[in-house]
Design a protein around this ligand. Structure first.
Ligand code: DLL
Length: 440
C-alpha cells in the first residue's frame, strides 16, 4: 500500500488548474516563447519565411504552424547556437553525450535554474518526499542533468541531500547503512546494481532504510519496478525528462503511479506518428514532441524526442489536472527492425521477466551475418538455477525463446550466461549492441 496519501497542500496551484485556465496560461506562454525564439537565427529565419509572429499565435492549435526541432538542428547549431540569450546571461551549461556523434549542449539562465528546481521538487513531493526526509542522489553530477537537477529539486523540498553521485557502489551501500536515507535517486539499472552489491557485502538490501525511490533517465518496465521494489523493499516512482527540454522534471508519477504527470504549465506536449508527423489519438503510442514554454536560454519549439509513449487525459485521483504520459516504450532510434518486425528492447525485457530463473541482467546483440538480421539475447541465469545439465539449460532457453516470440514476435538466439557476468551500469544501462552498421 502507498502510505504517502495525497496532500493537496503540497500541490503548486498550477498543477491543479481547471483545464481552460491552464490552456490560457499555455497560450500566453507560447506567444512569449515565439517572441524569445525570434532571438535565435535558426527560428528567426523560419518565422520570417512562414509569417510567424507572436501575435499570429491565436490559439493553441497554431502550435502546428511552428516548425519541428530535431537533434540534427541542435548539431547544426553546435555548440549553443539555438540559445536565445547571450553567454553573459547564462548561469550554467549542461549536455548529453549522445550515443552517436557530437554531444549537445544546453544553456540555462538563473531563472531557468530556479524553475527547473521547482519542477523537480514537484514530482518529488508527488511521490511522497518531505522536508523531514533524507535523499541519496546516486546520479552522475556533471554535464548529465540527473545529478544537479535532482539535487536542487530536493533542496527546494527542504529535505537533506546525500550527494553520493554515481559509481563506487560499495560506498553507496555504506552511505545508506550509515546515514539512513529515506529515498534513493538514480537510474533503475543502477538501483539493481546497488542491491546486488549490498547482498555481496552480506547486507540484505531490504534491511536498508530506504522507503522511496525515484528512477528515471532510461527505459524500464513495470516488471523491473516490481523486481526492484521486492529486492529493496521500497516504493519506486518513475520520472522522465531530457536535457534538450530541461533535464529531469518534464514529468513524474504521483502516488497513483499510473502514468507520469506532464508539467504542462511549462511544457506543451504533442504525440505524433513518427512517419507522418500527424497527431495520434490519446492512448495511442507515438513520438512525444515538447515545446518549452518558459525556458529563457533555450526556447525549444516542438522538439522531437524520439521517445515513444502515449498520452492519457483521464482525470487523476491525486488532484492534478495535468495530462499524463505512459512509460516510454523505447526510443524510435532504439527500435530494432528484425526481418521486418519492429521490436523494442522493452518488449524483450518484459519477456525475460516472465520466465522463471532469469536474472534482470541482459544484453541484446543484433548482427547481420548473411542477408538476414539475427538477434542474440544474452541473459544471466539465477545462481540457484544455473546448472551444468545441458537439458535443463536447453529447456530454459526454449522457454525464453517462446516468450520472446509471443511478446515481441521475433525469434531470438538465447544465450544463457553465468550470474554476474554481464557488465553492470552505474548510470544508463546499455541494452542493445547493434553490429549491423545501419545507424549513422
Ligand atoms: O536522462 C534526464 C533525466 C535524468 C531524466 C534523470 C530523469 C532522471 P538525457 O541524458 O538528455 O536526459 O536523456 C534523455 O533519456 O529522451 C529518454 O529516451 C530517456 N529517459 C529519460 N527518462 C526516462 C524514463 C535525462 N523515465 C533521454 N523512462 C530521453 C524512459 C527515459 N526513458
Amino acid at each position: 500500500m502507498n502510505e504517502f496519501v495525497v496532500d493537496n497542500k503540497m500541490l503548486d496551484k498550477e498543477e491543479s488548474l481547471p483545464r481552460q485556465e491552464l490552456e490560457e496560461i499555455q497560450l500566453t506562454r507560447l506567444r512569449e516563447t515565439v517572441f524569445r525564439a525570434m532571438n535565435v537565427p535558426f527560428y528567426k529565419g523560419i518565422f520570417k519565411r512562414e509569417g510567424i509572429t507572436p501575435d499570429s499565435i491565436r490559439t493553441l492549435d497554431d502550435l502546428r504552424r511552428l516548425p519541428f526541432t530535431t537533434k540534427a538542428d541542435m548539431r547544426d547549431n553546435y555548440p549553443l547556437g539555438l540559445s536565445a540569450v547571450p553567454r553573459s546571461d547564462m548561469a550554467r551549461i549542461h549536455g548529453s553525450s549522445g550515443t552517436t556523434g557530437m554531444p549537445t549542449f544546453v544553456g540555462y539562465t538563473r531563472d531557468d535554474l530556479s524553475m527547473w528546481a521547482r519542477l523537480c521538487a514537484r514530482f518529488l513531493v508527488a511521490g511522497g518526499l518531505r522536508a523531514s526526509h533524507t535523499a541519496q542522489v546516486s546520479f552522475g553530477y556533471g554535464l548529465f542533468t540527473g545529478g544537479f537537477g535532482l539535487h536542487y529539486g530536493i533542496e527546494q523540498v527542504g529535505a537533506a541531500i546525500i550527494p553520493a553521485a554515481s559509481g563506487n557502489t560499495t560506498r553507496q551501500v555504506n552511505l545508506m547503512r550509515d546515514l539512513q536515507p529515506d529515498a534513493l535517486i538514480c537510474t533503475p539499472s543502477y538501483a539493481l546494481n546497488i542491491a546486488e552489491v549490498a547482498r555481496s557485502m552480506g547486507i540484505d538490501p531490504r534491511t536498508l532504510p530506504l522507503r522511496l525511490a525515484y528512477f528515471g533517465g532510461e527505459m524500464w518496465t513495470e516488471d523491473m519496478r516490481r523486481q526492484i521494489e521486492a529486492e529493496m523493499d521500497l516504493l519506486a516512482f518513475n520520472n522522465y525528462g531530457l536535457s534538450e527540454i530541461i533535464g529531469p522534471g518534464v514529468s513524474g508519477e504521483c502516488a497513483a503511479r499510473d502514468g507520469m504527470h506532464i508539467q504542462e504549465d511549462h511544457f506543451l506536449v504533442e504525440c505524433v506518428d513518427p512517419e507522418t508527423l500527424e497527431p495520434v489519438k490519446d492512448y495511442d503510442y507515438g513520438e512525444l514532441v515538447f515545446t518549452a514554454l518558459t525556458r529563457q536560454a533555450l526556447p525549444m519549439i516542438r522538439y522531437r524526442t524520439r521517445d515513444i509513449a502515449a498520452l492519457d487525459a483521464r482525470p487523476c485521483a491525486c488532484g492534478r489536472t495535468t495530462r499524463r504520459m505512459t512509460r516510454v516504450m523505447g526510443r524510435s532510434d532504439d527500435m530494432l527492425i528484425i526481418r521486418g518486425v519492429n521490436v523494442f528492447p522493452s518488449q524483450i525485457e518484459e519477456a525475460l521477466f516472465q520466465v522463471e530463473g532469469t536474472a534482470p541482467h541482459y544484453l541484446i546483440e543484433v548482427e547481420r551475418p548473411a542477408a538476414l538480421d539475427q538477434v542474440t539475447v544474452k541473459v544471466e541465469v539465477r545462481a540457484e538455477v544455473f546448472s551444468d545439465k545441458m537439458r535443463d539449460m536447453q529447456q530454459l532457453r526454449d522457454r525464453i525463446d517462446r516468450k520472446i516470440q509471443t511478446i515481441a514476435g521475433i525469434h531470438a538466439r538465447v544465450e544463457l550466461v553465468a550470474p554476474k557476468t554481464l557488465e553492470r551500469s552505474d548510470g544508463k544501462a546499455v541494452r542493445v549492441i547493434d553490429r549491423r552498421g545501419l545507424k549513422g
